[in-house]
Design a protein around this ligand. Structure first.
Ligand SMILES: [Zn+2]
Length: 139
C-alpha cells in the first residue's frame, strides 16, 4: 500500500467515524426531545389530576389528606386574579357581560355580543339607600 493509499484510507475511516459520531449525536438529540415531550405530558397530566381534585374541593367534597392547603392556596390566587381583573375593568371603564363575558361599555344596557339585558351599575347614592337600616331600628 502506497503512502497515498494509506493516507486516503485514514481519511475515509476518520470521516466514517465522524459521521457515526454526528449520527449518534442526532439520535441523542432526538431522544432528549422525546424525553422532554413525555415530561411535558406528565406535567399536563399532573395538572389535570390537580384540576379534578380542586373541582371536588370547590364542590365541598372531601379531598385527600394534605391537599386542602393547596386548594386554599389556589382559591387565594383566583381571588387575587379576580380583584386585579376588576381593577382593569375600572381602569378601562368597562364591564363584563355575566352571560358571555364580552367586554362592554360601562353604560351599555344590552350586551352587543349576546344581547343580554345588563344590570344598571349602581351609583354610590343608590347603594347607600339600599344599605340595611337594622342598626337604627334596634337602637
Ligand atoms: Zn353577552
Amino acid at each position: 500500500m502506497s503512502v497515498l493509499e494509506k493516507f486516503s484510507r485514514k481519511i475515509t475511516e476518520t470521516a466514517k467515524a465522524a459521521a457515526k459520531k454526528s449520527g449518534d449525536l442526532v439520535e441523542v438529540t432526538k431522544l432528549n426531545m422525546s424525553i422532554s415531550a413525555e415530561e411535558d405530558k406528565i406535567k399536563k397530566t399532573f395538572a389535570e389530576i390537580g384540576k379534578l381534585v380542586y373541582e371536588r374541593y370547590n364542590k365541598g367534597e372531601s379531598v385527600p389528606e394534605g391537599i386542602e392547603g393547596f386548594c386554599e392556596k389556589i382559591k387565594g390566587y383566583e381571588e387575587n386574579i379576580k380583584e386585579m381583573k376588576e381593577k382593569i375593568y375600572t381602569l378601562k371603564n368597562i364591564k363584563i357581560c355575566p352571560s358571555c363575558n364580552a367586554e362592554l361599555e360601562i353604560n351599555a344596557n344590552f350586551c352587543s355580543k349576546c344581547g343580554m339585558k345588563q344590570e344598571k351599575e349602581k351609583t354610590e347614592e343608590e347603594q347607600e339607600e339600599e344599605a340595611p337600616t337594622n342598626e337604627k331600628e334596634q337602637q
